[in-house]
Design a protein around this ligand. Structure first.
Ligand SMILES: Nc1ncnc2c1ncn2[C@@H]1O[C@H](COP(=O)(O)OP(=O)(O)OP(=O)(O)O)[C@@H](O)[C@H]1O
Ligand SMILES: [Mg+2]
Length: 371
């Protein structure tokens, strides 16, 4: 049994839900002076797919994928996939122009996808290349478009592009809204229609739609859950729940792995300390734990793991980061001893994220290796 229609590589014959965005791009193409679009929306909302389908329909349209942190390296990969080996001394813009000229199209359209991957280089290299590219296109073509695909909202564009790039390209926004429950259901059905002899419970599909729409509508994730929940060619609410549980654990584990090691370790200590206080509280708001206790626990864990602990100032810095990222809340309270109340005040921390989401992931992380 092939689950190919449930993978990222499968391209539908008919584009559902995003037909409106595709039409905006197609209509724009027909105009004498077509606009440049800032195509934005969260992950997994069909931005790349829409651009791919556009390139299938319109001659002379290309997608430059930012596959690396550097724009120059991404252009190199782009060139190689188009059968061009760029010279080492050549500017990235010259390479792009060569590829565009090769299409021999009078009105080229270039999509630059995944610009978020450029990170550090985003502001510096990319913005310079972008307006340089625009000027070169202007010299060579009467009409053309450069569309940017990103998760960065339109109103934040100016933070990332230099004023000359913004004023030259004059982007228009094309937003990809989050998929609703029903839209996810329709998109899944479209793909499942291409898979024979599987038993699908309608409720199981609805459950996927419901769960995914509540975390932002990432359809890539919906496909992953569907693939993992298809067990013995059956998709039931039970298999969906199981696949979801595994997915959720991986999600929270990855969230923690994205934090710097010592920040994650301090968070793990806060989780553990909260857990020991948990007895009488099962749901947030949890009882606060003292920073003193957390610091002791952190030092103890570092010793156990044979990892040199960070200095106290740094420990507090990590705590501040956790607070800024809304993992925890912190406040001062008067400290209470078992045998007495004192006037001494101390820092207390309250975990904001649900314990049930965090307990399994901290067990699943290999703390012996720093990252
Ligand atoms: N309207 C749709 N119809 C069919 N498949 C879709 C649709 N929207 C998304 N998908 C599928 O979901 C997956 C993710 O879509 P896509 O890669 O286009 O997302 P994206 O918006 O570019 O996300 P990212 O920002 O992470 O790059 C792909 O497998 C794609 O085929
Ligand atoms: Mg994409």
């Amino acid at each position: 049994m092939s689950f190919f229609p449930l993978t990222d590589k499968w391209i539908p014959n008919e584009l559902l839900v995003r037909d409106q965005q595709l039409n905006v791009l197609l209509e724009n193409q027909k105009k004498e002076f077509s606009a440049n679009y800032w195509i934005c929306g969260d992950k997994g909302l069909g931005k790349t797919l829409t651009a791919k389908l556009f390139t299938c329909i319109v001659d002379g349209s290309l997608i430059l994928n930012c596959t690396s942190q550097s724009f120059k390296d991404s252009v190199k990969t782009f060139a190689l996939t188009h059968g061009i080996v760029p010279k080492t001394t050549e500017s990235a813009v010259t390479t792009i122009m060569q590829i565009i000229n090769k299409t021999q199209c009078k009105k080229p359209i270039l999509f630059i996808d995944d610009v978020d991957k450029l990170k550090e280089y985003f502001k510096r290299d990319f913005t310079v290349y972008l307006h340089d590219l625009y000027d070169r296109m202007l010299d060579s073509y009467d009409a053309f478009s450069i569309h940017i695909i990103t998760t960065l909202p339109f109103n934040q564009m100016e933070k990332h592009l230099s004023p000359p790039a913004v004023s030259r390209l004059r982007f228009k926004p094309l937003t990809f809204p989050r998929y609703s429950k029903d839209e996810i259901l329709a998109l899944l059905k479209q793909r499942l229609d291409y898979i024979n002899s599987v038993q699908i419970q309608e409720d199981a599909l609805k459950l996927i739609g419901d769960k995914i729409s509540r975390i932002g509508g990432d359809f890539r994730k919906a496909l992953e859950i569907t693939r993992n929940a298809l067990i013995d060619n059956k998709l039931t609410t039970e298999t969906v729940e199981n696949a979801w549980k595994t997915e959720k654990e991986t999600f929270w584990k990855n969230q923690m792995l994205e934090l710097p090691y010592h920040e994650a370790l301090i968070l793990a200590c806060i989780i553990q300390e909260t857990l020991t206080l948990k007895d009488n509280v099962t749901k947030p708001p949890y009882l606060p734990v003292s920073w003193k206790q957390v610091k002791n626990s952190y030092i103890k864990h570092c010793q156990m793991l044979a990892i040199p602990p960070h200095r106290e100032k740094m420990q507090y810095y990590w705590l501040e980061q956790l607070w800024l990222q809304r993992w925890i809340d912190k406040f001062t309270l008067s400290t209470k001893h078992e045998w007495n109340y004192t006037h001494e005040r101390g820092l207390f921390i309250r975990l904001l994220e649900k314990l049930e989401n965090l307990v399994e992931p901290i067990k699943a992380i290999d703390w012996t290796k720093t990252w």
